[in-house]
Write a protein that binds this ligand. Structure first.
Ligand code: SAM
Ligand code: SF4
Length: 332
């Protein structure tokens, strides 16, 4: 069955969904979670695989075609590859992807590729073991790199990206090692500007290492050539001018917001629809789902919420208010 496409009140077509499958995580990255963790959701509060599949199926009827699974750490959710297989079978979902910290990839890579996950983002903030430990509060770099290479060796695996959050005072030292890593492997290394979604509320405008600064610094050693940008792509990508494999990508939501092209919505692990990372309000889908709402009734709730999608974020503007939910509880 097909329904009218989803659009918001600013005329943007919505076809990209991020689904958080858990708020729990086995890491404690400084820019995301406090050292002691957060208060986790109760099991009963989490949407079941069937509930997630029903909502994604309905959104697919309204034109959503890309689904990225995230968390928390999605691989800590029990039987997670089963959910991937359920979502991959939905008509209309032609781009199923995953963001993971990689800690459990050695165990799960084959099952995830077999389940139909096409593209993978693996988060790695440093290629030096002690600095990785400092940032994630886990001494796990060797294990994550093993997982990344296990994933890359899977027959049929799609494009792999390595995500690094760009923090002033930390990431500068990582730039050339990451550039060399991208030149030696067929991965895209992406730098993501640090956003005010950290549980410690330590973000300041000065704590962001901008994409521009990173491009300049790397470009002095390895000249870069910008690639064409697809409409509604959040990243600007660059290849190496000398033809080395791999690429660099830059997600610059703070210095160059891409809100005017934003085609995304988010579903939290406890079934709240969020129309922006920085939304101060959200729409509960769990209660109507569990009260027996029909697809038509859910469609009305979804459309009304999406119609009110924020025009833009206000990061860095006077009066900006950080949302109560932090990145791991939203699903980045
Ligand atoms: N645990 C998985 C991981 O780390 O890849 C998935 C969830 S994590 C919240 C998704 C992405 O958000 C990761 O690439 C992470 O580095 C990024 N992230 C977390 N907090 C951030 C922040 N305050 N600013 C920018 N990116 C952030
Ligand atoms: Fe966990 Fe990902 Fe947040 Fe790090 S960024 S604490 S791995 S959810």
């Amino acid at each position: 069955m097909s329904r009218a496409p989803l659009t918001d009140g600013h005329g943007r077509r919505i076809d990209d969904l991020r689904v958080s499958v858990t708020d729990r995580c086995n890491f404690r990255c400084q820019y995301c979670m406090p050292a002691e963790g957060l208060e986790w959701l109760e099991r009963a509060e989490l949407l079941s695989f069937e509930e997630i599949t029903r909502l994604v199926g309905l959104l697919a009827q309204m034109g959503v075609r890309a689904v990225r699974l995230t968390g928390g750490e999605p691989l800590v959710r029990r039987n997670f590859p089963d959910l991937c297989a359920m979502l991959a079978r939905i008509d209309g979902i032609d781009d199923l992807s995953l963001t993971t910290n990689g800690y459990l990839l050695d165990r799960d890579a084959a099952a995830l590729v077999a389940a139909g996950v096409k593209r993978f983002n693996v988060s790695i903030d440093s290629l030096q073991r002690d600095r990785f430990f400092e940032m994630t509060r886990r001494d796990a770099l060797p294990r994550v790199l093993d997982g990344l290479h296990t994933l890359a060796a899977q027959p049929g695996v799609g494009r792999i990206k390595v995500n690094a959050v760009a923090l002033r005072g930390f990431t500068e030292q990582e730039l050339l090692p990451f550039a060399r890593f991208a030149r030696e492997h067929p991965f895209e290394v992406r730098f993501i500007e640090f956003m005010p979604l950290d549980a410690d509320e330590g973000w300041t405008p000065e704590s962001v290492l901008s994409g521009e600064e990173i491009r300049t610094r790397i470009g002095e050693h390895f000249p870069l050539v910008e690639e064409d940008r697809e409409p509604s792509a959040t990243a600007r990508t660059y290849r190496f001018a000398d033809g080395a494999p791999g690429r660099l990508g830059f997600i610059d939501p703070v210095s160059h917001p891409f809100c005017s092209d934003c085609n995304r919505i988010r579903l939290t692990a406890d079934g709240k629809l969020r129309t922006c990372l920085f939304s101060l309000g959200e729409t509960d889908l769990t209660a109507p789902l569990r009260a027996g709402a029909s697809d038509d009734e859910l469609e009305v709730i979804l459309r009304e919420a999406i119609w009110r999608k924020e025009l833009k974020h206000h990061v860095g503007e006077p009066g900006f208010q950080q949302p109560a939910r932090t990145m791991s509880a939203i699903g980045g």
